[in-house]
Design a protein around this ligand. Structure first.
Ligand code: HXC
Length: 257
């Protein structure tokens, strides 16, 4: 597909989506959101893709929803058209998704990163929910995902003051999986994504599903879900191959990858 605000490219089994509106620090306007969701769902539907990476530029992952586009919208326009339709599909993708954040991840940019399975941050990354400065509040899930990620106290301080958080604080707080020096960043992301993409796809889907259940379900329900998913893994040829390869002291050759 031809996109105007993102670049989408398969590198081996990794689907790369690069946000590309440098003139607006990758602000998420409606075209970009539509293209991003379209590209992500195409990668997700392909059995040739085992991991998706969403990234931006050195300067910005995304500086938020596009303020200039939003400014004159009303209640009904936000509710009906708005930036919301389509994200349900993004959140239900089965392929693991990494947010690779360098520079600004603000507002909707921070929220997009939190929608992914985990965040890898360059040491230049800055996270924030500055919507309060605009007379609004987070609208892409930030008021819900940030407290789950970093706890109530820190999330409340971030959302109510609008301050930014640097990469080291984000790592300490549990918002990001790892911080990587900027000059090694993309190589590390590529290596991490390729590692994931080399695993059995049915196992990746099940593991992602179980991790998502942990965010949504009470412990007893989540444990029941995991028990059934774990048993179901024993119906796959990749389980047989994975465990045989271990006993034979060789690398597994999964069918589904
Ligand atoms: C539209 C944006 C933008 C945004 C930056 N730009 N962020 N345009 N929407 N969110 C544009 C600027 O207008 C400018 O274009 C160009 O990008 C470069 O930005 P500068 O401000 O000149 O850069 P700098 O001085 O380095 O400051 C960087 C910054 C600042 C601190 C990130 O741009 C900033 O505060 N941006 C807004 C951040 C924000 O409030 N995000 C939350 C948005 S609300 P021109 O053409 O003027 O040079 C949101 C709601 C989510 O995300 C919920 C959705 C429903």
């Amino acid at each position: 597909a031809e996109y105007t605000t993102i670049l989408a490219e398969a590198r081996g089994r990794v689907g790369w989506i690069t946000l590309d509106r440098p003139e607006a620090l990758n602000a998420l306007n409606s075209v970009l959101v539509t293209e991003l969701i379209d590209a992500a769902l195409i990668f997700d539907a392909s059995s040739e893709i085992g991991c998706i990476v969403i990234t931006g530029s050195e300067r910005a992952f995304a500086a938020g929803a596009d303020i200039k586009e939003m400014a004159d919208q009303g209640y009904a326009e936000m509710l009906v058209g708005g930036p919301f339709p389509g994200w349900g599909g993004f959140e239900r993708m089965r392929t693991p998704v990494i947010a690779a954040v360098a520079g600004f991840a603000l507002g909707g940019g921070c929220e997009l990163a939190m929608m992914c399975d985990f965040i890898l941050a360059a040491d230049t990354a800055k996270f924030g929910q500055p919507e309060i400065n605009l007379g609004v509040l987070p609208g892409f899930g930030g008021s819900q995902r940030l407290p789950r990620a970093i706890g109530k106290a820190k999330a409340a301080e971030m959302v109510l003051t609008g301050r930014m958080m640097r990469a080291d604080e984000a790592e300490r707080s549990g918002l990001v999986a790892r911080v990587i020096p900027a000059d090694e960043f993309l190589a590390d992301v590529e290596h991490t994504a390729a590692t994931i993409a080399s695993k059995s796809l049915p196992a990746l889907y099940a593991a992602k599903d179980a991790l998502q259940a942990a965010q949504e379900m009470p412990l007893s329900e989540g444990l029941r879900f995991e028990r059934l998913a774990f048993a179901a893994a024993f119906a796959t040829d990749d389980q047989k191959e994975g465990m045989r390869a271990f006993t034979e002291k060789r690398e597994p050759n999964f069918t589904h990858r």
